[in-house]
Ligand binder design. Structure first.
Ligand SMILES: Nc1nc2c(ncn2[C@@H]2O[C@H](COP(=O)(O)OP(=O)(O)O)[C@@H](O)[C@H]2O)c(=O)[nH]1
Ligand SMILES: [Mg+2]
Length: 356
């Protein structure tokens, strides 16, 4: 659900080698001391080879299996991840880590065979040296891949953690049209702030209580969905468009007055752009009706009607009409997703109540 909740710790090759050799030394013989010294040494080395190789296999598998599988990601995350990392390089690194854990198994079996068959101390010591140097070579050879994975993990940890399963309303509109005021009206707890990768921007995530639960989120995107998309560079555009995978509904805020500093025309142009690039349902909120003149409202209503878009009149300053707008979304375009979200939460609660 969240992308970065389970990211594993990833050592550098140097750290992994240091940990490997320290572990090797620290493993003690468990055999009773009356054994002849050759047998004691043999048992000790067997325990060390086994212990360190299974530790290393688990380390590498743990990393490979706990890093996200790109294909399994929600499209919102997949789009962002694709922008931030070289996906082919990442896949190669994960694959090499899995292959290396298989190779460790066979290096360890080779060493155990020689140690078990050894006729004197020298042969055991030689097998130990061989084992250690092969493992060190293998870890060194993984240096670039471990670095790639570590860098990837750091980047992924910066992706905003947004619950992609929750019904989501994205708020768009030119600056000063009242987006933040709207989010503040409908959020029943303090909105959260998440950094948005490659932009100096942040996402503001408001939480709306529905049926007693924070089951709907409302996302304000200051500096992102508030100016013509044609003015964006390619990367910014894709980062913005990743939002379309998240949004079930777009509330587009229009200011019918000149209070916000923009004429109606550029606001409608942005509305058209958002309409074209977002597949989601759009509902237009005609805001500031507390100060708008009848003429201003009429002009705006006419323009929106001619685009065949539904609209509501609100005052975000006074939080008038805002709750009704949300109720309409909940009973309309958000309904299907909300029901399946609530069902999933209910099932999870039942399962955990059953101790599963
Ligand atoms: N009179 C009036 N002012 C509003 C209304 N909604 C927002 N404003 C004001 O418009 C300005 C910009 O609002 P804000 O929510 O920050 O707009 P944003 O830039 O779209 O997030 C602020 O001074 C708000 O108080 C409204 O319904 N009526
Ligand atoms: Mg704002």
């Amino acid at each position: 659900m969240y992308l970065n909740s389970t990211l594993p710790y990833i050592p550098t090759a140097e750290e992994a080698i240091r940990q490997f050799t320290a572990r090797y030394r620290s493993i003690e013989a468990k055999s009773p001391s009356p054994l002849p010294s050759l047998e004691r040494l043999r048992r000790l080395e067997v325990a060390r080879v086994r212990g360190t190789s299974s530790w290393l296999i688990n380390l590498f598998r743990g990393i490979a299996y706990n890093m996200p599988f790109i294909n399994d990601l929600h499209p919102f995350y997949r789009e962002l991840v694709g922008l931030m990392i070289n996906v082919d390089e990442y896949r190669h690194a994960v694959g090499k880590l899995v292959n290396s854990s298989v190779a460790i198994g066979s290096i360890s079996r080779d060493a155990l065979r020689v140690i078990r068959a050894a006729g004197d101390r020298d042969e055991i010591v030689k097998a130990r040296r061989m084992f250690i140097s092969r493992i060190i070579d293998l870890i060194n050879d993984l240096g670039p891949e471990l670095r790639t994975l570590k860098e990837t993990s750091i980047k992924l940890s910066k992706i905003p953690s947004i619950n992609v399963e929750k019904p989501t309303v994205v708020v768009a509109g030119m600056p000063n049209t009242g987006k933040s005021s709207f989010v503040a009206c409908v959020s029943t707890k303090k909105p959260e702030v998440a950094d948005y990768p490659f932009t100096t921007r942040q996402l503001i995530i408001g939480h709306v209580k529905v049926y007693g639960m924070y089951a709907v989120q409302v996302i304000d995107t200051p500096g992102l969905l508030d100016r013509p998309l044609s003015e964006r560079n390619k990367i910014e555009l894709q980062a913005i468009l990743a939002l379309r995978h998240l949004s079930d509904v777009v509330v587009f805020m229009l200011d019918p007055t000149l209070h916000g500093g923009y004429e109606l025309k550029p606001q409608l142009n942005l509305l058209m752009e958002v309409k074209q690039s977002f597949k989601a349902n759009i509902i237009v909120a005609i805001n500031k009706v507390d100060i708008a003149t009848g003429d201003e409202v009429k002009r705006t209503v006419d323009a929106v009607s001619s685009l065949n878009l539904p609209y509501r009149l609100i005052s975000a300053l006074r939080c008038e009409g805002t709750g009704e707008l949300v109720s309409e979304l909940v009973n309309g375009p958000l309904r299907g997703k909300l029901e399946s979200y609530l069902r999933a939460i209910h099932e999870r609660a039942v399962r955990s109540g059953l101790g599963e």
